[in-house]
Design a protein around this ligand. Structure first.
Ligand code: PAF
Length: 281
């Protein structure tokens, strides 16, 4: 079922809640890929009723980012989401979500001040604001997010904790193409040669993982290694290569505990991110 209005979603949710059905939410911006579908399948396993929201959220894009060009294909998304187990696709218009100029924002401090937060000012404020709105509209029991956006998962989890949203955040593993490229709606922007260059993101991370498994603990050495690997291809324009404590998202010098190795790289006009999360002894 395709629903465009907040009022109609709320009515349907109310009926489900009255029948004591559990509700899972998979928030997306559409142009679904196997990563999204894995979230929907997981939500279907865990819940009686699954809602997939498809909304390209203007307030999380910077002025020079790709809001207008962001890929959209509702018919295809609808079919894929239903096949994967969704019961309802919520696809509001921008006017439905933001009928007047918005003056209330949800902002998570500190966790948003590193990694993508440095190069995309205001991005996470837009994400947490729209996700808070979706949580208020849908009132899900569980909400599903992919770990490719590891910082997003941390930031949203903190918002849920701080603002007492009565739901569980379920982080789900990155889904990769056979050759290692992390699935992303933005991969469609890549020309054939750029797609080849994009493989260096996951390759450099996997090689870094091997170094860590062999005992390397110095963050600077690992970052230098990743940077050198990416710089072998002139198409890779590095935004950041960072190693942070996964709980605080602060840079670390020595790897220990729960560690996030994350990078963002521009290839042509396409900004891609990828990461690995490791428990380091
Ligand atoms: O990860 C995304 O696709 C978006 O940031 C989200 C969570 C759907 C909010 O617009």
């Amino acid at each position: 079922m395709l629903v465009k209005t907040i009022k109609e979603v709320r009515n349907i949710i109310k009926q489900n809640k009255l029948r004591e059905k559990t509700v899972g939410l998979v928030p997306t911006m559409g142009y679904l890929h196997e990563g999204h579908l894995s979230l929907i399948r997981k939500a279907k396993q865990d819940n009686d009723f699954v809602i997939v929201s498809i909304f390209v959220n203007p307030i999380q894009f910077g002025p020079n980012e790709d809001f207008e060009d962001y890929p959209r294909d509702l018919d295809r998304d609808y079919k894929l989401a239903i096949e994967a187990g969704a019961n309802l696709i919520f696809n509001p218009s921008v006017e439905e979500m933001y009928p007047q100029e918005i003056k209330t924002f949800v902002e998570v401090r500190d966790l948003t001040e590193n990694l993508c937060g440095l190069s995309r000012p205001g991005h996470f404020r837009g994400v947490t604001t729209v996700v808070a709105k979706l949580f208020n509209i849908v009132q899900p029991d569980k909400a599903y997010f992919g770990q490719k956006d590891a910082q997003q998962v941390s930031v949203i989890s903190k918002m849920v904790q701080d603002l007492n949203f009565d739901l569980e955040i379920v982080p789900c593993p990155i889904v990769r193409e056979n050759d290692g490229l992390a699935m992303s709606s933005r991969n469609v922007y890549l020309k054939a040669t750029e797609r080849k260059s994009a493989l260096l993101l996951s390759q450099s991370l996997f090689q870094a993982q091997e170094l860590i498994n062999k005992g390397e603990r110095n963050a600077e050495n690992i970052k230098d290694f990743i940077t050198a690997t990416l710089q072998k291809d002139e198409k890779c324009d590095i935004d950041y290569v960072k190693i942070v404590d996964f709980d605080t998202l602060k840079d670390i010098e020595i790897l220990k505990g729960n560690v996030l190795v994350a990078l963002a790289v521009k290839i042509g006009k396409t900004r891609l991110i990828d990461n690995i999360i490791m428990e380091v002894k």
